[in-house]
Design a binder for this molecule. Structure first.
Ligand code: CA
Length: 236
């Protein structure tokens, strides 16, 4: 299996030859040009992140990725400044490369962070878990949320939305029901607000499949029976 890379870089003149170069080294490259697209994922095995993006600061993209994922992040910067490098690494980036750099150099860094993270994963994960996310825990008393071992930081509205859906996982809640209960009984603002919150929630939970959309009906929280059996041996 080759290494899958998400390349977040807006500059065509850099991104195109870079993607091509990485492919020649046998990597699979998915390229996007904005931070927003990048955050939609999938992140693949390694994220290569340019700091100077048109829609948001690369540092914020790095922070947002870290809220939901342990995927290795290699930062690219034209700035090459010590402050950016330190900030990026503090925010959880795994490595840093100042432009200009050679494709070969980048490939070496990608392979190194990937090796480190796959080794880490095999230490971390129990034999049966593979890439399945941990159970989702919504604690209404303390208003805390975890996916497996990882705490998830939510805004009050995001929490209320998730708490509502988790009251009866698998059951469908209509848009109006959700707006009435999470927003206001006579909420008349844009219903797009709900979609925006659902999108952010999906991202923060690390897997869009947690919240399923039923077109024209509403939303429901996924029920994942395999989680209940994660602790026991599987037959595979
Ligand atoms: Ca750029």
């Amino acid at each position: 299996m080759g290494v899958h890379v998400l390349l977040i870089e807006d500059d065509e003149t850099i991104a195109e030859p870079l993607a091509e170069g990485l492919r020649q080294y046998g990597l699979t490259v998915h390229r996007v040009a904005t931070g927003g697209e990048g955050l939609r994922g999938p992140y693949g095995d390694v994220v290569i992140l340019d700091l100077g993006l048109p829609d948001m600061d690369g540092i914020d993209v790095c922070r947002a990725i870290r809220e939901t994922s342990d995927v290795p992040v290699v930062i690219l910067s034209a700035r090459g400044e010590e402050a950016d490098r330190v900030l990026g690494l503090e925010l959880g980036a795994d490595d840093y490369l100042a432009k200009p750099f050679s494709v070969r150099e980048l490939v070496a860094r990608i392979r190194a962070v990937h090796r480190r993270s796959s080794r880490q994963q095999s230490y971390d994960s129990e034999p049966s878990s593979e890439s399945a996310p941990g159970p989702l825990v919504v604690d209404r008393r303390t208003r805390q949320v975890w996916v497996g071992e990882a705490p998830v930081t939510l805004t009050p509205k995001e929490f209320d939305l998730l708490a509502l859906l988790s009251e009866d996982a698998g059951a469908v809640y209509s848009r109006q029901q959700i707006l009435d209960r999470v927003w206001d009984e006579h909420y008349e603002g844009p219903t797009k607000t709900l979609d925006v919150h659902v999108a952010t929630l999906r991202r923060k939970l690390g897997d869009p499949a947690w919240i399923q959309t039923l077109r024209g009906v509403g939303f429901r929280l996924a029920v994942r029976p395999r989680q209940d059996t994660a602790a026991s041996d599987t037959a595979s």
